[in-house]
Structures are given as C-alpha cells and as structure tokens.
Design a binder for this molecule. Structure first.
Ligand code: GLY
Length: 334
C-alpha cells in the first residue's frame, strides 16, 4: 500500500510517496517535460529502476566524502558536457548524503533545475529527503554551503530499508524517536510504512509552516544540540541517529531541571529510546566540559545557549539556558 503525504508549499508543493516498492513510481514523478534526467547515486546503493526517460547515471564517492564542493563541480561539469539543460531534471537516489548533494546541484546547475529524491535510508526517509534543505560540507564544518531547494517529488521505498545494515537502520530510529515528542505519540506501535509516513507528515506540516527556518522549523532539531556537539567532539563510534538519541534523553533532563516537564515525561523519553534499542547515556570517552563548550558554538545559538526543549506547549526553542543547568543535566546522562 502506498501512503502519500503532501508537502504544501503553494506552487512548490510536492508529494512524498511512502511504501514497499514505491521506487517503481519513479517514471510518474519525473517532472513534466523533462526529456533527460541525471541519476546521481553511489555504487553501494542497490538500484534497479528505469526512470522511463533518457538518463545518465552519475556515481559519486561512497560515504560522507561525496558531500564536497569538488564533487559538486565534477557533477556539474559532467552534466554540462552531456548537454543537460534547465528543462531536464536530477534524480538523487540514496541516503541523506546523496539527496543533500544532488539537491544542491539541482539548486545551482543552470541556476536551478527540477529534482526528484529517491530516499533509500531510514534517516533520509524521515528527515533529509523532505523539506528542501540541500548542501555540502567544508573542512570547517558540515552543511556550511547549501540552499533551500524543494524537490518535485520524493519516493520513500520501505523495501529498500531491508538492504540496510542493522546498525544503520537502528540509527535511523533515532530520528524517528524525535517525532514521538513532536506530536507523533506512540509511533512505535505502528508498522514501518505507517511509522515512516507519520514522521513525514509531521515534518511536512512543520516545513509548510516555516519553510526557511525562521522559527518553528527549529523544533526538528530536537535532540540535535548535544548530538552535533558529540559529532564535533569526534566520537565517530556513534552514528548520527545514536547521537540524536542521547541528545533526546539529555533534552528531557534539561527540560526537567527548568521545570518544563515532570519525571514521568523524562521516563517517557527513556522508554521511547529503549523501545528502539537506542542509547540514552553519554559514552565515557566523551568529556562533558568539552561538550558544554561546543554548545555555544552550535549554529542555532543565536542568543546565549539555545535549546529545543519539551514543555506544556510542546517542543519549542528556549534561549539563554544557563550552563549550570546544562552541566547538571549532563551528569544525569553519564
Ligand atoms: N533536518 C532538519 C530540517 O530539515 O529542518
């Protein structure tokens, strides 16, 4: 069964199709009038779908290394040499690395061409592929160069999740866990197709309300302030979703100390993380002092240390959280 969620952005609205085998719908979501498409993917992604129009496959390096300006230039040159025009389109097939990269190339090639995202990972399906954030990394940091560029359509084929290594699949649940606290409720009670679609619906609603993160969209970063600090501190033993899981547990503890939630709500954070077999404590290799220092460098720190926290009115951005509170909460997750 296919579940379709619409991301409502006036004339830039698009469908997200979720379900087992939805990659077969690719010819239907190729933008009208596109005579050729560049399929950007990685050799490690299992891919067997004909887009139904003339196409050229461009394989980029495996892993995060693909998200670089060097690779962007290589793709643009390959597309220029092959004669792709503004009337054509790009299809990104892969996880967040590929869809971020391919979306960014789509945003800048010929000043912007149409783009379809075929997301093959759980992290991508519930987050990266939806909402139009595209970009690449610099040596100085992740996602420092990018653009908002909405796709024309997104396919989230849950069959492809079966090809993921178990740890990667489970890491994706870290992003799913986040949606429990963004109004998702008991998502863990749903089958995977429904669960992915429910997460997509929450993200679609947030993006429709605040496409360019003027405010509300920041709630999608629930659990991410600590996660980014963990990633920057360099604990590469942790996957992104695992770091987000620890960040979610931490956000619950910070909210408790600010009187925003009670013990039962903190326990619910731990219950959800355990339901997905995700970590909720800080690995001993990480230095809490270093993590606290990194918070003030987070790119969402607009006015003192800014956190996305749960509370009576739901999850929202809270500015100026004191370091002493953050340090005490850190002890609670050690
Ligand atoms: N990944 C957070 C966002 O799309 O805004």
């Amino acid at each position: 069964m296919t579940i379709t969620v619409s991301v409502d952005l006036a004339d830039r609205s698009y469908p997200v199709h979720v379900g087992a085998g939805v990659r077969e719908m690719l010819p239907e979501v190729i933008p009208e009038g596109a005579k050729r498409v560049a399929v950007i993917t990685q050799s490690e992604i299992p891919w067997d779908i004909d887009p139904g129009v003339d196409h050229e496959v461009i394989c980029v390096p495996n892993g995060e290394a693909a998200k670089s300006l060097t690779v962007v230039e290589q793709i643009c040159r390959q597309m220029a040499e092959a004669g792709f025009t503004r009337a054509d389109a790009i299809v990104g097939v892969g996880g967040g690395v590929v869809t971020d990269l391919a979306g960014f190339v789509a945003a800048i090639y010929h000043r912007g061409i149409r783009f379809v995202s075929v997301s093959t990972t759980l992290l991508g399906q519930v987050d990266a592929a939806i909402g139009g954030k595209t970009g690449v990394n610099l040596a100085e940091g992740k996602n420092l160069v990018g653009a908002f560029w909405q796709p024309s359509g997104v396919l989230c084929d849950t069959d492809m999740l079966k090809t993921l290594p178990i740890r990667e699949y489970q890491s994706g649940m870290g992003e799913v866990a986040k949606y429990h606290f963004l109004g998702g409720g008991h998502l863990d009670a749903l089958e995977i197709d429904q669960r992915v679609a429910a997460c997509v619906q929450i993200k679609a609603d947030v993006v429709a309300a605040d496409e360019r993160e003027g405010g509300r969209r920041a709630i999608l970063n629930y659990g991410h302030t600590l996660a980014h600090a963990i990633e920057t501190a360099g604990d590469y033993d942790l996957r992104h979703g695992e770091a987000v899981a620890i960040g979610i547990a931490y956000a619950g503890e910070v909210a408790l100390r600010l009187g925003r939630v009670d013990e039962a709500r903190v326990a619910e954070h731990r219950r959800v993380l355990s339901a997905y077999d995700l970590p909720h404590s800080l690995p001993p290799s990480l230095d809490p002092g270093e993590l606290l220092d990194l918070f003030s460098r987070d790119k969402k720190a607009i006015d003192g240390i800014t956190f996305v926290l749960d509370g009576d009115d739901g999850v929202e951005t809270v500015v100026g959280v004191e370091r002493a509170v953050l340090a005490d909460a850190m002890e609670a997750i050690r």
